[in-house]
Design a protein around this ligand. Structure first.
Ligand code: ADP
Length: 295
């Protein structure tokens, strides 16, 4: 099972070039698509989900031409968009039953089993009679996964799923996603490095419509291994350090700035070597394209 994207490009009518010759090979399992806001993630996700057209390039899912044979893709696709509307007064059970019916599960008893199974899987069975409008952010996302799973999709796309979830809801959602990733292609689009670190066996970093890196998180880490140094500085010193070093990220800790830089050789001046993590990989690539920001 494989999703293959080749030389995909898209320019919006206002002239924004959202995708520039994107090529990615996405195998079975959890794939993390990591990039800052505006990178082109949603554009790419919506194009794969057959919701918008590309200008050029190709996408194939197990040999199906995604850009041409949209119906065949839709039958195999589960999609959890960034913002999805919920009918607030309808309860989860009724809504899932309705979605199953729309996706062609005609038999009522079969639908009942399916809905019950999905509600249990996403841990919403006891809340199945509550109006969707009363759900917390985490419950909404889990419901979103349940609706995406109707029809046993072979490709699931989740766009920025953990934004706004509290840590325990996020954990629950991680567990659910990692279960699903075992026998499908799951593309997780996010700007949260921790999401990818926790869940994904393969990943890509995109920025300004371009693929900057693709591979396993381990391969990403190998690229910055031994090159990360850290130092705590005053905020007022930042500009001076930016001039002299390749600053990849800065974090405010108790009023001081913890600065991380990438360097081939050990810098003088009080820098300590620091083990590289996936955030360093991300910022190392991103900082080549955009100005580093304080996080
Ligand atoms: P991401 O999901 O990574 O935040 P998007 O795909 O939403 O990125 O956006 C990529 C770029 O395309 C951004 O510069 C955004 O402003 C622009 N863009 C997105 N959708 C549209 C649209 N419908 N019309 C014009 N520009 C758009």
């Amino acid at each position: 099972m494989e999703l293959r994207i080749e030389n995909l490009s898209k320019t919006y009518p206002n002239g924004v070039q959202a995708l520039k010759q994107i090529s990615l090979t996405i195998p079975q399992g959890m794939f993390g698509l990591l990039g800052p806001n505006g990178a082109g993630k949603s554009t790419l996700m919506r194009t794969i989900a057959t919701l918008q057209e590309a200008d050029s390039g190709s996408i194939t899912l197990n040999g199906i031409d995604v850009l041409k044979d949209k119906q065949a893709v839709r039958e195999r696709l589960g999609y959890l968009p960034q913002d999805f509307g919920l009918y607030p007064r309808i309860n989860a059970e009724t809504m899932l039953d309705h979605i199953a019916q729309m996706k062609g599960v005609g038999n009522k008893a079969e639908r009942k089993d399916l809905v019950e199974n999905l509600l249990n899987r996403v841990n919403l069975y006891k809340d199945r009679k509550k109006g969707l409008g009363t759900y917390s952010g985490g419950m909404r996302q889990r419901f979103g996964i349940a609706q995406a799973l109707v029809g046993n999709p072979s490709l699931i796309i989740v766009d920025e799923p953990t934004a706004g979830l509290d840590p325990s809801e996020r954990n629950r959602f991680y567990n659910l996603l990692s279960e699903i990733g075992e026998n499908t292609i799951v593309i997780l689009s996010t700007h949260i490095v921790e999401d990818v670190n926790t869940l994904c066996s393969n990943m890509a970093i995109i920025c300004k419509g371009e693929v900057l890196m693709q591979g396993t998180p381990k391969e990403g880490l190998a690229q910055v291994h031994g090159k990360i140094y850290q130092k705590s500085i005053e905020k007022s010193e930042l500009d001076q350090y930016r001039e002299n070093y390749q600053v990849i990220s800065t974090k405010l800790i108790s009023g001081k700035l913890s600065l991380r830089i990438e360097s081939q050789t050990a810098p003088e001046n009080g820098f300590e070597p620091s083990p590289a993590d996936l955030e360093d990989v991300y910022f190392s690539f991103i900082s080549q394209k955009v100005d580093p920001i304080t996080i």
